[in-house]
Design a protein. Structure first.
Lengths: 118, 336, 572
């Protein structure tokens, strides 16, 4: 099993080097004549006003919190699903109950207005 | 741990083949998309470069590599260069666990068609899929461009809304096959493809995967009409094409995963006798799935950002929870 | 009239009343509230500059007021001295005066007291002078009126630029040095944007971002810019900025002879040149009187061409509205398929597909060529109805089109009237105001058709109304093609020069985008003294800010698309 992971490791390292190739090639092949106008920020031909890195209002931060919880809960389902056929009936029902709790949680968040886009 | 030299060579050769297959796949997916879009829109599309325009991707690549690469003066340079690389890597490595065929005999060795067969392949897919959003968010943030910024933020919002449904859609094939290994999931589809058992899960998966790869109608992060090009607005030349590459490779990868989970993967008639048919079947299924993606892009307008999130949370997620629940109950009750 | 301040305009060829500047607001308010003149169609100014010692030079601001229930105009004029001209602003009473007053300030230099945002609108902020004034001369100025006498001395083309490469009338504002000038942001604009944003409050204290949407791209309706203040993805304030395509159409029009302006109007709304011709021909014919009344066949041809134009324009508008919604060109390309056939007809008849130049004073330029009539009948009876049904079938019930269009960019009927919106934008808000019915011109009173109305005033209704209008246009076309009589197409011969008696006229038609009006003042010379275009795209944009505030970034583009503008007409 472990050597399979080693394999993934080899592949990842090859894949990590791979995107560097075109960048390096472009470095030698592409012209480079930067100037002030070219390097300006693009904003439809108008000079940009004000800072970009501001305290931007992310209107989905509540979603993000809900997501965090649900994502972890979803991962818990995986081992259960794998050993579904060997589990005793009680454990299977526990899993089903867990899904129901998940649904109830979603319903609760929904009713609380967490899923409204403010 | 002892590793044979032959095994090592096999691995390196297989990795290289896969990477080049993906690269060619990327090049010809762009061509496929342009020709199919043109066909749908009663146009001709690129047909001048080589026979039927087959050399068009090469011409595009050649053009892009000779383009000047601009970095905005105010950009955060290191991250700006890192972001396209970070986008391509997950798009490549996600294919590591997808099998392309059974085993063949070559030089007296059993060679499995497929890079690896790990027992938690699904977890691997899910984790790689979720890191792929980093490149986009970082690109948007480092460009110091307001459109890019908004594109990057939209992309993370989209990930939040669709990852869950995607995750739950993965549960169903696991339930049916009783394994997280993709090879065993394919084996379990020897008789009937899972799409026929589980059309709803397949549909949810397909929608979520469209959102995952930012394809229309979920192409919010690069919404042409309001954000010019979204997160990659400031990118040019090869860096731009890396984003492009990442997007199209991800399209191929998710199509392959979809085929594996719901369409029987590399399985098809006579595949047990002639294992080399496996990659061909997989290719056909990926080809059709890509065609469907292009068709959707050609027909549907874009969803609005907030509606998209509402759709993900209020329709797709309850639907997939319900689906997992019903599937589990049915399996228990009927002892399938 | 019951106001003592009102004085009937006694000049020959003029109508309406002269109001002293001091009582304008009072008169306008009474007209609006008591007499029902709630639609301020046009605001413009005329420079009556004279060399004659005995006469006095003055500016005249002209207001055309209409009832949204139909009927003729009430014309108000305010005469102010040329030195420091100040007129009270009507923005409080008629918000639709906003852009038009800014335009009058920009081009004519009339100050509107009480206007909340009196900035230049078509010229840039650093521009010196007010170009529509009669004593303002453009760079490379040659003569007051065309044709310029010195273009062919000795059979050689001679351009004034060749002789004098830097021009002789360059004017700069005080303290402006073109050599050292660098482009800076527009402080006034952003100040106003901030002012508008101050009214917005939110529970979370986040910073707002100023983003420019356009001119170079989002979204490609032309070089139109919206400066937007955003809180997250919500629009807090929006200011449209235009003028990137400004060429001072009106000044050039005043140099041209009357007939030279006909092809020039094609360039306004270049997707609907036939309608542009129509309005201009009507205005000049009004001035010239009955001797140029068009013959029957010409009237029919005019209506046919105008309605075909409307259909082709709406096909375009719908196709590209879908593009704005994010559909990747497929609806647009399908929608403009039949437009090509309409353009084929224009080409066969007028000689050009888009710049038709087809109308003449007293008729039209050419008769239909042989064999084109059956093709038109096929098109109108077969292909176009099928195409409209097809669009309706595939788009109207599309889930995404509905969800992106319904409830987005709502304009209430009151707002629509107050903001002087016309055309589909007004009718989609539930106001059945169509000039073809409200104030019939040409022979529209002979045809049976309904004024299409929709009642929600959202983007979806503005899309649907265009489908409805195309169907009504087809009804008119069917009748017109059936009844098309034989006969002359032009009263008199086709002249190189027309004689237009002194006076003024306001000719308006229901263009595809709204009320297209031409205000023309003649002093009996070969060129118009004043040539003003009431451009529907331009004035419909006045309401854009109100439509967009509080909505999402993605909706702005769609709202803009649903107004359907053409920059050639907005910027003139």
């Amino acid at each position: 099993m472990l050597d399979q992971w080693l394999f993934v490791g080899i592949f990842v390292s090859i894949a990590a080097v791979f995107p560097l190739l075109p960048l390096v090639m472009a470095r030698f092949l592409a012209p480079r004549k930067p100037n002030r106008i070219k390097q300006e920020t693009y904003e439809c031909g108008i000079e940009t006003v004000g800072d970009t890195w501001v305290q931007f209002k992310i209107q989905y931060y509540v979603y993000a919190l809900v997501f965090l919880i649900f994502d972890i809960e979803t991962v818990f389902l995986y081992p259960w699903a794998v050993s579904f056929d060997v589990l005793p009936l009680f454990a299977v029902f526990e899993g089903v109950l867990f899904i129901l709790i998940l649904a109830a949680g979603l319903f609760y968040a929904w009713r609380k207005g967490a899923l409204e886009w403010s | 741990m002892q590793i044979e030299t032959a095994l090592l060579i096999e691995w390196v050769v297989k990795s290289t083949i896969l990477i080049f297959a993906l690269l060619t796949g990327f090049a010809y997916t762009t061509f496929y998309e342009r020709r199919l879009l043109a066909l749908i829109q009663v146009r001709i599309g690129p047909n001048r470069t080589g026979p039927f325009g087959f050399l068009q991707p090469a011409a595009d690549g050649l053009k892009l590599i000779f383009k000047e690469e601009l970095i905005p003066a105010n950009a955060y340079k290191f991250v700006f260069i890192l972001a396209p690389i970070l986008t391509v890597i997950p798009a490549l490595i996600i294919m590591a666990v997808v099998p392309w065929g059974g085993a063949i005999e070559l030089f007296g060795r059993q060679i499995a068609l497929g890079l690896t067969d790990i027992n938690v392949a699904i977890l691997y897919l899910l984790s790689v899929a979720s890191i792929s959003v980093y490149g986009i968010v970082l690109a948007g943030w480092s460009s110091d461009n307001k459109y890019a910024m908004m594109g990057g933020l939209r992309s993370s919002a989209q990930m939040l809304s669709y990852e869950l449904s995607l995750g739950l859609a993965f549960v169903v094939p696991i339930l049916l096959a009783g394994s997280m290994s993709l090879n065993q999931i394919i084996e379990a589809q020897r008789g009937v493809w899972f799409i026929f058992y589980q059309p709803i899960a397949a549909l949810v998966f397909y929608i979520a995967m469209l959102a995952e790869v930012n394809r229309a109608p979920f192409d919010m992060p690069e919404a042409e009409q309001e954000l010019t090009a979204g997160y990659h607005t400031e990118y040019s030349g090869m860096k731009f094409s890396l984003f492009f590459m990442g997007e199209y490779m991800k399209m191929i990868a998710v199509s392959a995963i979809f085929a594996t989970l719901f369409l029987g993967g590399y399985r098809g008639p006579f595949v047990d006798t002639y294992p080399l048919l496996g990659p061909l079947y997989l290719f056909l299924k990926v080809f059709l799935s890509l065609g469907l993606m292009i068709w959707i892009r050609a027909t549907l307008p874009r969803l609005r950002y907030d509606r998209l999130m509402a759709f993900g949370w209020k329709i797709l997620l309850p639907l997939s929870i319900l689906n997992v629940f019903v599937t589990a109950v049915i399996i228990v009750v009927f002892g399938l | 009239m019951r106001f003592s301040a009102l004085k009937r305009d006694e000049r020959a060829g003029y109508e309406g009343h002269i109001v002293p500047a001091s009582s304008l607001l009072e008169v306008a308010k009474a007209l609006r509230d008591e007499d029902g003149f709630d639609l301020l169609s046009s605001v413009t100014a005329v420079d009556y500059l004279t060399d004659n010692e005995e006469e006095e030079s003055f500016f005249e601001v002209v207001y055309h007021l209409y009832k949204s229930t139909g009927g003729g105009a009430e014309v108000l004029r305010v005469q102010v001295p040329r030195e420091n001209p100040v007129v009270p602003s009507l923005v409080e009473l008629y918000p639709g005066a906003d852009f038009q007053e800014r335009e009058a300030w920009d081009l004519m230099g009339i100050k509107f007291e009480g206007h909340p945002d009196l900035r230049r609108i078509l010229m840039w902020e650093g521009f010196a002078g007010h170009p529509l004034r009669k004593d303002w001369k453009e760079v490379y100025f040659e003569e007051e009126a065309k044709p310029f006498g010195n273009r062919w001395p000795g059979g050689q083309v001679y351009r004034v630029e060749d002789q004098n490469p830097y021009g002789k009338n360059n004017q700069y504002p005080d303290g402006f040095d073109p050599e050292s000038w660098v482009e800076t942001e527009d402080p006034l604009l952003y100040e106003n944007l901030e002012k508008a944003a101050r009214e917005y409050t939110e529970d979370i204290d986040t910073e707002q971002v100023v983003v420019n949407l356009g001119p170079q791209h989002p979204s490609t309706h032309g070089v139109f810019r919206m400066a937007v203040r955003l809180d997250g993805e919500t629009i807090v304030a929006l200011k449209p900025v235009m003028g990137y395509l400004h060429r001072n159409h009106e000044k050039i029009g005043e140099r041209n002879t009357y007939i030279m302006n006909m092809p020039f109007t094609d360039r306004l709304d270049y997707l609907a040149s036939m309608s542009n011709n129509f309005g201009y021909a009507l205005a000049v014919e009004k001035l010239m009187g009955d001797k140029v009344a068009p013959p029957e066949r010409a009237e029919y041809l005019r209506v046919i061409m105008a309605e075909l134009t409307r259909i082709s324009n709406h096909l375009w508008a719908i196709g590209f509205l879908l593009n704005d919604l994010g559909a990747f060109f497929t609806p647009a390309l399908y929608a403009i398929e039949e437009r090509e056939l309409i353009l084929d007809i224009f080409e066969a008849t007028a000689g050009s597909r888009m710049m038709c130049n087809y109308f003449r004073f007293g008729g039209v330029a050419r008769d239909l060529p042989a064999g084109i009539l059956p093709r038109m009948k096929d098109l109108v009876n077969e292909r176009l109805p099928r195409k409209i049904d097809e669009l309706d079938l595939y788009l109207s019930e599309n889930e995404l089109v509905r969800s992106r269009g319904e409830g987005v960019g709502i304009i209430t009927p009151e707002d629509a009237i107050a903001f002087s919106a016309t055309g589909p934008v007004l009718r989609a808000s539930g106001v059945p105001y169509d000039i073809r019915r409200a104030d019939p011109y040409s022979i529209y009173d002979r045809f049976k058709f309904d004024v299409a109305v929709r009642y929600h005033g959202d983007v979806y209704d503005r899309y649907m109304i265009r489908v409805d209008e195309m169907r009504q246009s087809l009804r008119i076309l069917k009748q017109a093609l059936k009844d098309l009589p034989e006969g002359e197409i032009l009263t008199g011969h086709n002249p190189y020069q027309v004689r237009v008696p002194a006076g003024e006229a306001y000719g308006r038609v229901e263009g595809p985008k709204g009320e297209l009006g031409y205000y023309i003042v003649s002093n009996g010379k070969p060129s118009p003294w004043r040539y003003h275009v009431r451009a529907p795209s331009f004035i419909n944009l006045t309401i854009l800010e109100k439509m967009c505030v509080g909505q999402k970034v993605a909706d702005v583009v769609v709202n803009l698309g649903s107004i359907d503008i053409v920059l050639g007409e907005v910027d003139r």
